[in-house]
Write a protein that binds this ligand. Structure first.
Ligand SMILES: *Cc1c(COP(=O)(O)O)cnc(C)c1O
Length: 379
């Protein structure tokens, strides 16, 4: 209430917002002023070097976005028409679309109900003589079961491309995601762990794969004969402007991740223990970076979820639904994935960003509990 006794504008909590500080402004201005506004410039090399160091890989290659990084990784690994690529059914559609761009067939498999990442048993069942690659997605910041997936891949002679678009800094067995498979792929879209506006990164320890990807990123232009091209490449380059933003964010990434863990703990303090609610899981031996706060409601229907999301929005709390199974979308073949189908309709993501305060989270959780009580999910 304000002094006139009218209700003041309620605060609105978005699901996501980037944390942009002085360094970001300074580096981007510097890049603009330097005149190096396209895809040559000092920030690109710095961003790549910093990111390789962060992941613990020999190489990192910046791209225009995460989807192009995925496509570039697949093409560089030799994936083509006639091949099959196994992906988890619950993921952002870009994982599937990048496979489709190569002409290969998308084979979606079911997920583990706790980690929400691909189920290695389902992967093993889906392997055929045409399988060429597996793309584990480290969904919502939780690392997929890389140990078992790498063993399966090795046994069948297929490559593993990690879709780490949502999991910068996540770990399993003490190793960072993006450094375990043959190649890793990251996104720096505005709502990701760090942002460069739009942007992506390919990480690898494989020199051949790196060089191939680097060549294809720039229209496969011959290194010793300019404007001579030996195959069909792409323009998937990142600009120096994007990289300037990325470098500033890299300087703060450890703090961002620490803060995400803190925000998750605040949510746990206020919501855990409520009957019928389940928050993000963290498998022993993994480090979840909690890209999105996940709240699953046990036993609800999709229409109740829609009502809950509408009521939360009216009360100033934005949410988003879990991803829908890729195999339900009209351009992909249907798949038998009961876990993905069940969990997909019962989950929402709550406001998840670095600049949330403890008081913000307390307010959000109070509204969540009120709404869930109103619709009868909580007693
Ligand atoms: C964001 C995202 C991508 C794509 O990244 P863009 O930078 O938006 O192209 C790919 N896979 C997953 C799982 C994502 O969340």
């Amino acid at each position: 209430m304000n002094t006139q006794g009218e209700p003041t504008l309620k605060q609105f909590f978005p699901v996501s917002q980037p944390s942009i500080g002085e360094k970001e402004l300074e580096y981007v201005s510097d890049a603009v002023r330097s005149g190096w506004v396209s895809s040559i410039g000092k920030y690109i090399e710095s961003f790549e070097a910093m990111f390789a160091g962060f992941c613990g890989t020999k190489y990192a290659l910046a791209t225009s976005n995460g989807t192009t990084a995925l496509h570039l990784a697949l093409v560089s690994a030799g994936i083509k028409s006639g091949d099959e690529v196994i992906i988890p059914d619950l993921t952002f559609v870009a994982t599937a679309n990048a496979v489709t761009y190569t002409g290969a067939k998308v084979v979606p498999v079911d997920i583990d109900s706790r980690t929400l990442c691909m189920d290695p048993v389902a992967v093993e069942r889906a392997i055929t003589p045409r399988t060429r690659a597996i793309i584990p997605v480290h969904l919502y910041g939780h690392a997929a079961q890389m140990g078992r997936l790498m063993a399966i891949a090795k046994e069948h002679g297929v490559v593993v491309l990690e879709d780490a678009a949502e999991a910068h800094g996540a770990e399993i067995g003490g190793r960072r995601v993006g450094s375990i498979g043959d190649c890793g792929v990251f996104s720096f879209y505005g709502n990701k762990v760090i942002t460069s506006g739009e942007g992506g990164m390919l990480t690898t320890n494989d020199a051949d794969l790196y060089l191939k990807a680097k060549l294809l990123r720039d229209h496969a232009m011959s290194a010793d004969k300019r404007y001579w091209h030996t195959e069909v490449g792409f323009n998937y380059r990142m600009t120096n402007l994007q990289a300037a933003l990325g470098v500033a964010q890299m300087e703060r990434i450890d703090d961002f991740i620490a803060k995400r863990l803190q925000v998750m703990q605040w949510y746990r303090n206020h919501l855990e223990g409520c009957p019928k609610l389940r928050l993000n899981y963290q498998e022993p031996g993994t480090k979840n970076v909690y890209w999105m706060v996940c709240m699953e409601m046990i036993g609800i229907t999709e229409s109740i979820r829609t009502e809950i999301m509408g009521r939360l929005r009216n009360a100033g709390v934005d949410t988003r639904p879990y991803f829908y199974p890729v195999s339900d979308m009209p351009m992909y073949a249907r798949a038998e994935t009961p876990v993905a189908h069940d969990v997909s309709l019962r989950g929402v993501n709550l406001p998840s960003y670095t600049d949330l305060s403890e008081d913000d989270v307390r307010q959000i959780c109070r509204i969540v509990r009120q709404v869930l009580t109103t619709v009868g999910v909580l007693p």
